[in-house]
Design a protein around this ligand. Structure first.
Ligand code: ADP
Ligand code: MG
Length: 360
């Protein structure tokens, strides 16, 4: 139904979309997730030509959207868009908000549309608000009206740009329920959202956007449980990192430890656990023989509270875990005692020791 090839969008020197490619089938529900500023909104806006793409092709039912000969308004009618801010007409009643588009743009009869609009208001649970004005409605109700108004135009595809992020937390679920209902009815949808549980439950596929591309895509189980790529993992697990570098043997251990401790405090890691982190960092450094290029990286997952310390050093392979002394080496024993797992690998000339800490 939608084919996107090499889509790009630049604002001056700023490359927001570099090379976006996707094929979306009829009836699919695609969730788009990713850090803010990665072009998710821009992507949706390019899809229905609220923004002019810099390059690439978009085919809707085989028709090239960016071709000069294409009847753009007609194709755009196939796509309804729901925004974060509801954009209702404040001076029109709820009913008129729903009927104005179809009457003015599709040439529908007002009387016919009134009946249809009432049905749609019923669908979103707001039939009794037909004669109210937008100001009299809560945020959640307004967004449900915005969805009904979008449906009044009989779109084949619906685009949602963070439909719940301007709402009070108490109103999020009423809007998500309405969207869920549209999913059940088989509407083709593309939804930019930060509601991860929701995205996981309703999507046929999830796109993770970063670096101007669809950085990783897959079924929700993959993206949310076993993301394959580094940035997806960091986003899903809400990973925060403290990175340190050592370039000679006269490194300042106390400064490094003070920095790690500050990082731990900032993320409210219990004192006892941050004590272990410092201890393990020190022991891991004592296991090293070459101090010319060491990276120490502590990553903390806000999602599950897990902590991993990775010590990477350049030099000949030196696996501390298989050394003769391994079982009796006191430093290694201490590390093992504090960790759930300790793994070593040698990769691209780097000794990599990965230590996953136990909790409290
Ligand atoms: P997201 O929705 O993922 O948070 P956006 O698509 O809104 O990201 O924005 C991506 C980047 O493009 C941001 O850096 C933003 O500042 C920039 N941007 C968006 N719209 C414009 C515009 N009209 N002019 C210039 N820069 C823009
Ligand atoms: Mg956005």
């Amino acid at each position: 139904m939608i084919t996107i090839r090499n889509l790009s969008k630049h604002y001056g020197d700023l490359v927001v979309l570099k090379d976006v490619n996707a094929v979306i089938q009829k009836g699919e529900v695609i969730s788009i997730i990713g850090p803010s500023g990665t072009g998710k909104s821009t992507f949706l806006r390019c899809l229905n030509l609220l923004e002019a793409p810099t390059g690439g092709t978009i085919l809707i039912d085989g028709i090239p959207l960016l071709d000069k000969k294409t009847d753009v308004p007609k194709i755009r009618q196939k796509m309804g868009m729901v925004f974060q801010s509801f954009n209702l007409y404040a001076h029109l009643s709820i009913l008129d908000n729903l009927t104005i588009g179809p009457v003015k743009l599709l040439g529908k009869k007002k009387s016919e549309m009134n009946t249809k609009a009432l049905e749609l208001l019923k669908l979103v649970g707001l039939a009794e608000k037909a004669n109210s004005f937008p100001d009299e409605l809560s945020g959640g109700q307004k967004q449900r009206v915005a969805i009904a108004r979008c449906l009044a135009m009989e779109p084949e595809i619906m685009l949602f740009d963070e439909p719940t992020s301007a709402l009070d937390p108490t109103m999020v679920s009423e809007v998500l329920s309405v969207i869920r209902r549209l999913v059940r009815e088989g509407m083709t949808m593309i939804i930019v959202t930060h509601e991860m549980e929701f995205a996981r439950n309703i999507s046929s596929r999830v796109f993770y956007m970063d670096e101007g591309v669809i950085y990783e895509e897959g079924p929700p189980e993959q993206i949310f449980e076993k993301p394959l790529r580094e940035k997806t993992k960091a986003f899903i697990h809400r990973i925060r990192c403290c990175q340190q570098h050592i370039s000679n043997i006269n490194y300042d251990l106390y400064a490094l430890q003070a920095e790690m401790e500050l990082f731990c405090d900032k993320h409210m890691i219990p004192k006892k656990v941050s004590g272990y982190v410092l201890h393990i960092e020190e022991e891991a450094l004592l296991l090293q023989s070459d101090f010319s290029d060491i990276d120490m990286n502590l990553s903390y997952s806000e999602k599950d509270g897990s902590l991993e310390l990775i010590c990477e050093s350049t030099g000949a392979p030196m696996n501390p875990l298989t050394q003769k002394l391994a079982d009796t080496h006191i430093g290694l024993k201490l590390i093992r005692g504090r960790c759930k797992s300790v793994d070593y690998k040698y990769d691209h000339g780097r000794n990599i020791l990965a230590m996953v800490l136990k909790g409290e």
